[in-house]
Design a binder for this molecule. Structure first.
Ligand SMILES: Cc1cc2nc3c(=O)[nH]c(=O)nc-3n(C[C@H](O)[C@H](O)[C@H](O)COP(=O)(O)OP(=O)(O)OC[C@H]3O[C@@H](n4cnc5c(N)ncnc54)[C@H](O)[C@@H]3O)c2cc1C
Ligand code: SF4
Length: 470
């Protein structure tokens, strides 16, 4: 799909901080990146200005400041969250989301708080790669040619082992076609780019393209995730609404605050907040009169009773989602499934991925913290307390859809797939610009860093072409 997952992503746009690039130096786990925050900062800055992101400069060491548009003010459920978090000494700052609260150019409008970002924005106020990057690029000069409905099978190579282009299956007529290219840039997402490389076997690259190290597919890791929601009786029976207007994302969040040296897991997480009086299907959840049970009143009913119950409880749920950093491990990987192909005849991936106690303990900390905050808000946690037997509610790997690490960057071609400019060690005219190149995940969502590194790699490609190095 044109624009990929940025059509319906959450638009939480966080920079990695200086510590996030140097995990091993910090605590001995995983590996350091071959680059640091200062290498990426200029590109984060350019992204903020090009795309637009709301937030505030807070001077927090590992949650770097940027060029922010004014953030929307907290809604009532978020004010409750702020109070609840404060009682547990957990910081809360304005959210950082790529939605325009001020006009930045003639092509894009300003958010009018319809709250429907997951369906993509009718005035292009929120960021999607299609509406904000591809369409403008088409308009200004027309140097972009797009082949839609085209499923890439492999990168083609010549006798010297250099890339010559790609071969793809047309979804329209199911035939195979070839495209020639001087430079091939893969951005199919961390797992799909690994799949394309592994499927690109030739005499010169018998183990797949860029895979002389046997590292392609290895070190796959996703964000950790655990959630909890609470019912807050003080938010019931709202006759008037208090500032319920808002974007389709959170107005406040909690960046990681803990000291891992005192905890039984090495890396942090941030807390995303949900709730309020959004579209009832999304904001309300569960059985509309389920909460009658807390007051000893009959659960169930139709007609006027149901209508009254919906009005009574609408907007009284606050949800929290932890999104954290897992440790990248070589033993967690994707590989080509030798027995299965997709509908186009292209071999698919299979996955081998286990969480360790670090991630499980982190999920326990998340859920315990959320419960404490819910109590601090005067709320009642919903659902059961989940124990060790179910990994304390830790989502299964892949569910948070922040998969990274399959073609990681590094200085040593034996232990990494690309160099620090996203260029394959093995073939200098192939680049990977998705999250495959991540050495570690950080306790931040990954897309702002994917885009900053992609811009950095683009500058490098232009420089190398001009110098006739590739
Ligand atoms: C519901 C949801 C919410 C999210 N919220 C956030 C958030 O708030 N913040 C954040 O930072 N991240 C978020 N993410 C993650 C974010 O969407 C991804 O990190 C990001 O989109 C990855 O970008 P990408 O270009 O690498 O991959 P994708 O967005 O997956 O794009 C890859 C593209 O390549 C195409 N493709 C794949 N294989 C082939 C092939 N063989 N041939 C041709 N084309 C191919 C795909 O169709 C797709 O168009 C969210 C994801 C989801 C699903
Ligand atoms: S809430 Fe989202 S979809 Fe609605 S106007 Fe704002 S950015 Fe666009």
């Amino acid at each position: 799909m044109l624009g990929g997952r940025t059509n319906h992503w959450g638009r939480i746009s966080l920079r990695f901080g200086p510590k996030d690039f140097k995990g091993k130096t910090r605590d001995g786990h995983g590996d350091d990146w071959p680059i640091g925050y200062d290498d990426v900062k200029p590109y984060y800055d350019k992204l903020d200005k090009l795309i637009g992101v709301y937030g505030t400069n807070e001077g927090r060491e590992n949650d770097p400041d940027g060029f922010f548009l004014p953030p929307p003010k907290p809604r009532l459920h978020e004010l409750f969250y702020i109070n609840g978090a404060k009682k547990s000494n957990i910081p809360v700052i304005p959210g950082r989301l790529s939605m325009l609260t001020k006009k930045i150019n003639k092509d894009r409008g300003v958010c009018f708080y319809c709250g429907q970002c997951s369906r993509s924005c009718s005035v292009y106020a929120d960021f999607s790669a299609g509406s904000c990057l591809i369409f403008p690029a088409q308009k200004s000069g027309g140097k972009v040619k797009i082949f839609v409905n085209s499923m890439v099978r492999e990168v083609t190579t010549n006798a010297d082992g250099k890339a010559t282009g790609v071969s793809y299956i047309s979804k329209d007529d199911r035939k195979e076609y070839k495209l020639k290219a001087k430079v091939v840039v893969l951005a199919a997402s961390a797992c799909s780019s690994a799949r394309i490389l592994l499927n690109s076997k030739s005499k010169q690259h018998p183990n797949g393209l860029g895979n002389s190290s046997n590292i392609v597919g290895k070190y796959l890791h996703d964000s950790t995730g655990a959630d909890r929601a609470g019912f807050v009786p003080s938010l019931m029976n709202r006759k008037v609404s208090y500032n319920e207007d808002g974007t389709g994302g959170m107005h406040v969040y909690s960046p990681w605050w803990g000291d891992n040296s005192k905890l039984d897991f090495p890396r942090g997480y941030h807390i995303e907040i949900g709730g309020g009086m959004g579209n009832p299907n999304y904001g309300f959840g569960l059985n509309p009169n389920e909460f009658n049970k807390f007051f000893g009143v009959k659960v169930g009913g139709y007609g006027d009773t149901l209508r009254d119950d919906v009005k009574k409880y609408y907007g009284s749920i606050v949800g929290m989602a932890g999104r954290g950093e897992s440790i990248a491990r070589k033993e967690n990987y994707c590989e080509i499934d030798p027995t299965t192909v997709d509908q186009f005849g292209i071999p698919v991936l299979k996955f081998n991925y286990q969480w360790s106690d670090f991630e499980r303990n982190q999920a326990k900390h998340m859920r315990d913290t959320f419960e404490e905050i819910i109590h601090n808000m005067g709320g009642i946690p919903l659902g059961e307390k989940i124990g060790k037997e179910k990994d304390y509610g830790l989502h299964t790997p892949g569910e948070i859809i922040h998969e990274v690490g399959t073609t990681r960057m590094g200085d040593d071609p034996k232990t990494s797939v690309t160099n620090k400019f996203n260029q394959l060690h093995d073939v200098d005219n192939v680049f990977i610009v998705d999250a495959g190149v991540f050495v570690s995940q950080a306790d931040k969502n990954c897309t702002w860093t994917i885009m900053a590194l992609s811009w950095r790699a683009s500058d490098y490609i232009i420089e190398q072409l001009k110098a006739q190095n590739i």
